[in-house]
Design a protein around this ligand. Structure first.
Ligand SMILES: Cc1cc2nc3c(=O)[nH]c(=O)nc-3n(C[C@H](O)[C@H](O)[C@H](O)COP(=O)(O)O)c2cc1C
Length: 371
């Protein structure tokens, strides 16, 4: 299986599968002398870690990361910094239960990747979905923790804004609330409702989808390379590449279809600091594939978990009709843990584009120009 590498200048190659010995990644192209501690990486992994509430899978993985290479002590500051060489991050799998899958080992879970992997590679790693498992996304979160440090002043935050058909009330949006409930939900009232809702979904032997919003602030204007490495194009690809993601939108996205040109145009005025101020951000911080300096806003939709207790019709590896019930430990709404994963992919795309921008144009143009 080729194509396990993300990025151009900031790149990482992820390795491992759900029930193998370990998962992780090798980050290549990270600039030297970037301060990185193991706590920086572990903190992000802990946000994605399974088994933290009754609303996510009960698989108990500590996701303890080890930095195997690529860091050293800065002689001036005494801090641990990157050396510019490959950084290998490794996380051992400690709570695999392959027997949970033995009953369904020859059957394909409808909505999962078993059939397509098998028809392509002729290998069916039924143990937790093998390489198609979202265990792989721990590697992305670990790489993302390093990526977050590359663009000076960058902040990347994410929130769950819809679960099933139920949206948050944006007038109650509070970023501080996101870390206070098990859903990464910015609306405290709706988070309470999500508890009841998700319990009812699970009791019904089913699962539900979600919409996640990722916001990056402190992104300098000018990142993005027309025409085949547009920032929005690369972001869409990175977010779409997360397991179970079925759609991505930037800024007002699909809602712009119903807007008029008058409403949609982000008007501009000069600010006191010599930089333009946009009077709105329908574009989500990207114009012509290049960042405007406004917040970059992306949303993605995560489908309902395919592994459910309700019997479903399927076929097996030998071409026979059969039914399947997926037991074992599964997230009833995989969108919840997708929040830190989306943040990580946003950070990786921005780090990659920041380095490409610096490589091609250095500091960039001295805007505004003299008339
Ligand atoms: C954080 C996260 C956790 C996931 N956990 C499960 C799970 O427990 N059971 C399951 O069937 N799918 C789970 N998925 C989704 C599958 O990995 C995904 O649907 C499968 O690989 C097929 O790929 P596709 O949905 O992108 O086409 C999870 C996805 C994410 C993002």
């Amino acid at each position: 299986m080729s194509f396990n590498t993300f990025g151009h200048l900031f790149r990482f190659t992820s390795f491992g599968e759900s029930h193998g010995a370990a998962i992780g990644c090798v980050v290549d192209g990270c600039p030297p002398r970037i301060p990185v501690t193991i706590e920086d990486i572990q903190r992000e992994l802990d946000r994605r870690r399974p088994g933290q509430s009754r609303f996510t899978t009960q698989r108990q993985e500590p996701d303890a990361v080890r930095i195997m290479s690529g860091v050293f002590t800065d002689e001036k500051t005494g801090e641990q910094v990157t050396t510019g060489t490959p950084i290998m991050l490794m996380i051992e799998n400690v709570d695999q239960r392959s027997k949970d899958y033995s009953e369904i080992k020859d059957k394909y879970r409808p909505g999962h990747a078993g059939y397509t992997y098998d028809v392509k590679y002729g290998i069916h790693d039924y143990r937790g979905g093998g390489r198609a498992s979202a265990r792989e996304t721990a590697a992305r979160v670990a790489a993302g923790a390093i990526a977050r440090k590359i663009v000076p002043g960058l902040t990347v935050r994410g929130a769950l804004v819809q679960m099933g058909p139920h949206k948050v009330d944006r007038s109650r949006w509070d970023w501080n609330e996101v870390g206070q409930n098990p859903f990464f939900c910015p609306d405290a009232k709706q988070a309470k409702f999500f508890e009841e809702y998700l319990d009812s979904v699970r009791k019904a032997g089913s699962s539900c989808g979600a919409v996640i919003e990722i916001v990056a602030e402190g992104v300098p204007a000018g990142l993005g390379a027309p025409v085949y490495a547009k920032l929005d194009g690369d972001l869409a690809s990175a977010l779409m590449g997360i397991n179970a993601v079925k759609g991505v939108e930037i800024g007002d996205g699909f809602a712009t279809a119903a807007m008029s040109g008058v409403e949609n145009a982000d008007e501009m005025r000069m600010g006191n600091d010599g930089k333009p101020v946009f009077l709105s951000n329908h574009a989500g911080g990207i114009l012509g594939g290049i960042s405007t300096g406004q917040a970059i806003v992306a949303r993605f939709v995560v489908k309902p978990t395919s592994s459910i207790l309700t019997p479903r019709k399927t076929v097996d590896r030998y071409g026979r009709d059969t039914d399947i019930v997926t037991k074992g430990r599964h997230d009833p709404c995989v969108g919840i843990r997708a929040v830190p994963i989306g943040e990580a992919m946003m950070a990786c795309v921005l780090a990659d584009h920041y380095l490409m921008h610096r490589g091609q144009v250095g500091e960039g143009a001295a805007w505004p120009f003299k008339p």
